[in-house]
Design a protein around this ligand. Structure first.
Ligand code: 4NP
Length: 153
C-alpha cells in the first residue's frame, strides 16, 4: 500500500497521521510506503509543530525528521489512497489536482473510523496542547482501522 496523508499546513495533523501509521505498519511487518503533504504550502520545509512532535514523542513515535511539502496533482499517480484530514482539505486537493483528482483514491480520513459520516479531524493549530492530544487519539484509532482493513492486501 502507498498512502498519503494530507492536511492544510502539513505541520500538525498529517505528520502525526504519517508517523502513527508508519509506526503501526512497521510493527505489523507491512512494507507500506507512507508520506504526508499539505495543500497550502505555507510551511514547506518546516519540521512538524512542536506540540505534534511532543505528543508523538510521549507515545514513543519520533516525527522530528519529517519536513513539510506541498501536495501536488501528481500525488494521484504515486499513491493508492490519499486521505484528507478534513473536508476543506479534500476540496483543496480537488482544486489542485483538477482532472487528476480520483474519487476512488481520495477519502476523508475519518470515514475509515466512522464510515459514511464525513467527519473532519479538528485542526489543533489554533488551540492549546490538549487539542493535540485529542487529535493524536483520533488519528491513532483511525490508523488501527486502516491497518486492519488493508493489511491482507
Ligand atoms: P495542519 O494545521 O493543516 O494540521 O498542519 C495547520 C497549520 C498551519 C496552518 C493551517 C493549518 N496555516 O494556515 O498556517
Amino acid at each position: 500500500m502507498k498512502i498519503l496523508m494530507v492536511c492544510l499546513g502539513n505541520i500538525c495533523r498529517s505528520p502525526l497521521a504519517e508517523g502513527i501509521l508508519k509506526h503501526k505498519a512497521k510493527m505489523e511487518g507491512l512494507n507500506w510506503q507512507i508520506d504526508s503533504a499539505g495543500t497550502n504550502g505555507y510551511h514547506v520545509g518546516e519540521a512538524p509543530h512542536h506540540l505534534s512532535q511532543k505528543v508523538a514523542r510521549l507515545n514513543h513515535i519520533d516525527i522530528c525528521d519529517q519536513r513539510a511539502r506541498r501536495f501536488t496533482r501528481n500525488d494521484f499517480d504515486n499513491y493508492d489512497k490519499l486521505y484528507a484530514m478534513a473536508d476543506d482539505v479534500l476540496e483543496e486537493m480537488h482544486a489542485i489536482a483538477k482532472e487528476k483528482f480520483d474519487p476512488a483514491k481520495a477519502e476523508l480520513f475519518l470515514n475509515e473510523l466512522h464510515p459514511g459520516t464525513h467527519q473532519s479531524v479538528p485542526d489543533p493549530w489554533y488551540g492549546p496542547e490538549p487539542g493535540y492530544h485529542e487529535v493524536f487519539k483520533l488519528i491513532e484509532k483511525t490508523c488501527n482501522q486502516i491497518i486492519s482493513k488493508y493489511k491482507h492486501q
